[in-house]
Design a protein around this ligand. Structure first.
Ligand code: NAD
Ligand code: MG
Length: 391
């Protein structure tokens, strides 16, 4: 760190929902954080504003056509501007960075985040797809390098906080809460007719488009079960999901003596992001406090896996193990992208993933390349099904 208090931060995905919230926290605590690198996909106008405000030393953009224009506009005083996977890796492993906030969406975050672990950076992990695609492999590297991996996902942050000071062997199970998304009460029949606009309205959280659709299919919760399996090293049998429409109880840990410890708060990602940045301290955020007296109804119920097939697909992928979760994730990314382009219907998302998983022969992962190959294979299969007009 540059001074005792100031932490140097690299952000993958600075123009996204998590990236923007992270930068709001950095801006509110300039004495504690400084930015060394930022990366963006295609939102160059927002990236320019972020460069002017946070003065990173290096940035990477996925959109290659924007690189030269950005270099010209930023001039000699501007940051180094890179592109491609190498650019992401350079940003994630910047020598001055103490911590990487990994907030690119999807398996695209895997290679640069893995590189940051190799380089000994602490990781604030928002990107859950990394642990879905390569959880066991990734965690082994985290252990080998001795880096800190702090979850940003609200459920996992809640579990992380609820485990503090407890013994791992005393945990009976983790209970992940799920809002149930916009279709919590929609019948299977009606789910055949829901459209993009209906799916993009999340009742409690404002997030990027991909995770919003994942919340509507409940694949998001499936991905989070796999994320929890690797983050907390517990088998799937000890990870349960409860529907909790109010999104106030962010998740719970049940212990062997029957005690249940939970973390509560208003649904705002700034709390778990700030905790990941400042752990083990807490930052004095200017948040609307949770008023429990106004939460007259905190309800919990079992998820309906008939209507939300994606949740059981994730448990099946965990059971199969090896490259299966990477393939499931890849098929989901392609299917969600097709749904966002209105090329397929809502229920076809789970249908595509089911078919791709069925045709996959899973192998054990001993090197990263196998994950990347499984990811490409899953994408190709899903794209083929879409092109053929999957029913
Ligand atoms: P988002 O779509 O709002 O932002 C994604 C960011 O990644 C953007 O900056 C985009 O430009 C960048 N990006 C996307 N594809 C890229 C590529 N191929 N190369 C380089 N950059 C690329 O997504 P988000 O909602 O901020 O979610 C980010 C991650 O955090 C996801 O994995 C999501 O599951 C997880 N997460 C998000 C929330 C939330 O509240 N938004 C909560 C928990 C976990
Ligand atoms: Mg979550």
């Amino acid at each position: 760190m540059t001074s005792k208090e100031q932490k140097s931060i690299a952000i993958l995905g600075s123009t996204g929902s998590i990236g923007v919230s992270t930068l709001e926290i950095v801006a509110a605590f300039p004495e504690r954080y400084r930015i060394v690198s930022l990366t963006a996909g295609s939102n160059i106008s927002l990236l320019k504003k972020q460069i002017r405000q946070f003065r990173p030393e290096v940035v990477a953009v996925a959109d290659e056509s924007a690189v030269q224009r950005l270099r010209d506009e930023m001039g000699a005083d501007g940051p180094e501007i890179l592109t491609g996977v190498d650019g992401l890796v350079c940003c994630a492993t910047h020598p001055a960075a103490d911590m990487l906030v990994s907030a690119i969406v999807g398996a695209a975050g895997l290679v640069p985040t893995m590189a940051a672990v190799h380089a000994g950076k602490d990781i604030a992990l928002a990107n859950k797809e990394i642990l879905v695609a390569a959880g066991e492999f990734f965690m082994a590297e985290v252990e080998r390098q001795g880096v800190r991996l702090i979850p940003v996902d609200s459920e996992h942050s809640a579990i992380f906080q609820s485990l503090a000071g407890q013994r791992g062997q005393d945990v009976r199970r983790l209970i992940l809460t799920a809002s149930g998304g916009p279709f919590r009460n929609t019948s299977l029949d009606d789910l055949q007719r829901v459209g993009l606009a209906d799916a993009l309205v999340h009742p409690n959280w404002e997030m990027g488009q991909k995770i919003t659709i994942d919340s509507a299919t409940m694949m998001n919760k499936g991905l989070e079960v796999i994320e929890a399996r690797w983050l907390f090293n517990l088998p799937a049998e000890q990870i349960a999901v409860h529907i909790h429409p109010q999104s106030i109880v962010h998740s719970l840990v049940e212990y062997c003596d029957g005690a249940v410890i939970a973390q509560l708060g208003i649904p705002d990602m700034k709390t778990p992001i700030a905790y990941a940045l400042s752990w083990p301290e807490r930052l004095p955020l200017k948040q609307t406090p949770l008023d429990l007296c106004r939460c007259s109804d905190l309800s919990f119920s079992e998820p309906d896996i008939e209507r939300f097939a994606c949740l059981s697909l994730a448990y099946q992928a965990l059971e199969k193990g090896g490259t299966c979760p990477a393939v499931m994730n890849a098929a989901n990314e392609v299917a969600v992208a097709a749904f966002l382009q209105e090329k397929i219907g809502f229920l076809q998302i789970s249908e595509i993933i089911t078919q791709v998983m069925k045709s996959h022969k899973s192998i054990a992962i001993i090197e990263l390349d196998q994950v990347l190959k499984a990811d490409s294979w899953g994408r190709e299969q899903a794209a083929r099904l879409i092109a053929e007009g999957v029913k």
